[in-house]
Design a protein around this ligand. Structure first.
Ligand SMILES: [Zn+2]
Length: 194
């Protein structure tokens, strides 16, 4: 699996031009049909239908689904929706209230927060390295009271640094950026093969 741009035309052009490379071996990815189509819940009850492109590595022959950065692997809610929930959780609100705010099931929101709590330190470290690499003069967010808030703060700082370095990143939302930067592993350590 590879997290790509949401612009399907640009992804298709890059795939056909041989500009996308295998996350495992670095060889060129070639078009290889489509992955399973899925329905994603966006914000305010919107629905998003996604049929991700699939590619096959010309080196190691492994197939990789090209997942648009508006969603994360194995999640049926858009990255933006989950991210909004994580941001509110980082500020200390409980999962029941967050679920009510977002109009989602409590169990769903509790699941995200639990996973993110387990991942928070790894995510914080990953985006701290990214921030140092992206910013000319990196300013580390101050340590907060919770690991969740620490993780969210450093993702936001890295996103800002990316937008300074590459102005086009301004149009990429915080959580789409996060997913793209960490290969979809905001809530899980391992990325599935498809
Ligand atoms: Zn490969």
């Amino acid at each position: 699996m590879l997290i790509v741009d949401t612009d399907v035309v640009r992804v298709e052009r890059r795939l056909r031009a041989g500009e996308l490379t295998c996350p495992s071996c670095g060889a060129v990815l070639a078009p290889w049909g489509h992955g399973r189509s899925r329905e994603i819940r966006g914000d305010l009850g919107s629905r998003l239908f996604v049929c991700p492109r699939r590619s096959r590595c010309t080196g190691c022959q492994v197939t990789h689904v090209l997942l648009p950065d508006v969603l994360w692997p194995r999640r049926t809610d858009a990255a933006e929706v989950i991210g909004a929930g994580l941001e509110i959780a980082a500020l200390g609100m409980g999962h029941r209230q967050i679920a009510a705010c977002l109009g989602l099931a409590e169990g769903t929101v509790r699941g995200w927060i639990r996973r993110f709590r387990r991942r928070a330190e790894g995510v914080r470290r990953y985006f701290t390295v990214a921030l140092v690499a992206l910013a000319d003069d990196p300013v580390m967010p101050e340590a907060a009271a919770s690991p969740l808030l620490d993780a969210v703060s450093v993702i936001a700082a890295a996103h800002q640094a990316a937008a300074v370095k590459w102005p086009t990143m301004n149009t990429v939302s915080l959580w789409a950026f996060a997913g793209r930067a960490i290969g979809g592993r905001v809530l899980t350590c391992t990325s599935p093969a498809s």
